[in-house]
Write a protein that binds this ligand. Structure first.
Ligand code: SF4
Ligand code: ZN
Ligand code: ZN
Length: 298
């Protein structure tokens, strides 16, 4: 078996960064990871050291790696964990996040959906709603509400390259052009929205997993997955894209960078009307926002 050597120091390699075609050892990979996070933040002017940043964490490898990287890079961060009450899953995630934040002296905000709004996610099963889409509505709303009410300048999420590429492809395949907003930064567009940023978009799922393992970050990925994640079409696409990547090195990164540079040439410009929800005052394109409709508020 050929053992690849680190391009920088000749020690044993732990990973090949495919779009750059370089193999790195543990030490140089960890440096590369932090450097990539920091350069993405600076390139897209996501936030500065003076900004208050709310990091949305699920307990998974991506968001926990993001939290760890931002802590090491000395940004002014707090963590937010949204407890959706998913059986055998949410409690484990919460414990992992609490343990990490305690040990690393990070301010942790926990939002419990049942305490705040009277229902956990699984209660929407009765209404035959797709739980992943309900979960998305709840998380987006709650992240934004908390960041806005507590005066944060940005919300950082752990979306990685594989998430972005599979999401774009899935929506292109289905003609859902209006959903494709896979940019590194979603600017503030309403008086009650907070800018959203994705500092991990130039790192792959595999790189995040390795970063969390090498740093002994105890993430939920190593124990169990959300029980509703198995049939997600984007997961099937991720597997296919990884097979393609094995044959065509760097294809995922090339696709995403081309998308960032050229998508405005072929995606239709869809201007959603921006209004304020009559019930809660947060952003909506109709009179009542999807969150208030979901919880039948008002
Ligand atoms: Fe939410 Fe679906 Fe992800 Fe589970 S798999 S956390 S329900 S979006
Ligand atoms: Zn090295
Ligand atoms: Zn509302």
């Amino acid at each position: 078996m050929v053992v690849l050597k680190c391009k920088k120091c000749n020690n044993k390699g732990v990973i090949t960064i495919r779009h750059r075609n370089i193999t790195l050892c543990k030490e140089h990979f960890l440096k590369y990871y932090l450097k990539t996070v920091e350069s993405t933040i600076k390139k897209y002017r996501m936030f500065t050291k003076r900004d208050k940043v709310l990091v949305a964490v699920s307990g998974g490898k991506d968001s926990m790696s993001l939290l760890d990287a931002l802590k090491k890079l000395d940004y002014n961060i707090s963590a937010l964990y949204i407890n959706l009450g998913i059986k055998d899953y949410s409690d484990q995630c919460k414990k992992i996040v609490e343990k990490y934040c305690n040990e690393n002296n990070i301010n942790l905000i926990i939002s419990d959906i049942k305490e705040n709004y009277g229902k956990y996610l699984e209660e929407f099963k009765k209404l035959r709603r797709n739980l992943c889409s309900v979960c998305g509505i709840i998380k987006r709303y709650e992240m934004n509400r908390i960041a806005y009410e507590k005066g944060f300048n940005a919300i950082a999420t752990g979306h990685n390259l594989d998430d972005e590429v599979s999401f774009i492809l899935w929506n292109l395949m289905n003609g859902n052009f209006q959903y494709i907003k896979q940019k590194p930064v979603l600017e503030k567009i309403h008086e009650k929205t907070v800018k959203k940023v994705k500092p991990l978009i130039f790192l792959t799922e595999k790189e995040n997993l390795l970063y969390s393992l090498l740093n002994n970050i105890y993430s939920i990925h190593l124990r169990i997955d959300c029980p509703y994640s198995t049939n997600a079409p984007t997961n099937i696409l991720k597997e296919m894209l990884n097979k393609l990547e094995e044959r065509i090195q760097g294809i995922k990164m090339r696709f995403y960078k081309n998308f960032l540079n050229k998508s405005s040439q072929f995606l239709p410009k869809i201007d959603h009307e921006i209004k304020s929800c009559k019930i809660c005052g947060y952003i909506t394109s109709s009179n009542v926002c999807s969150f208030c409709r979901l919880f039948r508020r008002g």
